[in-house]
Design a protein around this ligand. Structure first.
Ligand code: CA
Length: 238
């Protein structure tokens, strides 16, 4: 028995009984431990008494909007990984969810393999501890990314808390500084391949990163927009 035998606990928030049962069966089959909540009230009751490693969050709930839940959890300062469940046509809701701090999204009808891939990516540091922990640091200007600890630190301002998706995208940028990276390349870093040319996931994450890394001045010189192509990371004074 190792110290890593505890199951990953996932809270599924979904009011559709059939979908809840299906998601539960998929995750249980992959040896996750799951609990279900069919309303926002039930979600809050469970969160008050239980620890969860990730939350699957339906947006249309009988007693309110999942986006409000998302906003509330993030305003509490919690960085629990959250994957929202949206209909494929709900582009606005998906973008809003990403802006509010969702780590990822899965579209309904849910493909079990895709769901497992996304969950494993978000909880992988817990689910696959492995014998060797990667200790690698990437530095640029005053910024240091620690890939083992998954932290980003500024030499004057200290550590900045990022969500999993923000960190993954920033890592892709730090691995290729000063090079123009296309949105497609950055989507690959997030393991997204189901998005069209109009998808704004990358832009939303960039604006979140700029807000977090930009500091109180609002000035930002780290992530430059390259019109019509993508983004470029350049060291600056900020
Ligand atoms: Ca629903």
């Amino acid at each position: 028995m190792s110290q890593h035998t505890h199951a990953i606990r996932i809270l599924i928030v979904e009011d559709d009984e059939f979908v809840l049962g299906l998601l539960g069966a998929v995750l249980d089959g992959a040896r996750f431990e799951t609990m279900g909540a069919a309303s926002i009230k039930a979600l809050h009751a469970l969160r008050a008494s239980e620890h969860f490693d990730a939350i699957l969050l339906d947006l249309g709930l009988p007693d309110g909007d999942g986006l409000d839940v998302l906003r509330q959890i993030r305003s509490e300062g919690s960085f629990v990984p959250i994957i929202v469940l949206t209909r494929r046509t709900d582009v606005d809701a998906r973008i809003k969810a990403l802006e509010l701090g969702a780590d990822d999204y899965v579209t309904k009808p849910v493909d079990p393999r895709e769901l497992l891939l996304r969950i494993r990516r978000l909880v992988s540091t817990r689910a696959e501890p492995g014998p060797k922990v990667e200790i690698e640091q990437l530095e640029l200007g005053k910024w240091t990314l620690d890939l083992g600890q998954r932290t980003v630190t500024h030499s004057d301002r200290g550590e900045v808390a990022l969500t999993r998706s923000e960190f993954d995208m920033l890592t892709a940028m730090f691995r290729a500084p000063r090079r123009v990276l296309s949105r497609e390349h950055l989507l690959d870093a997030l393991h997204r391949n189901d998005t069209g040319p109009d998808d704004r996931t990358v832009d939303v994450l960039v604006s979140r990163l700029r807000r977090k890394l930009g500091g109180s001045s609002g000035q930002f010189t780290l992530i430059r927009t390259v019109q019509g192509v993508g983004y470029k990371l350049v060291p600056g004074d900020s």
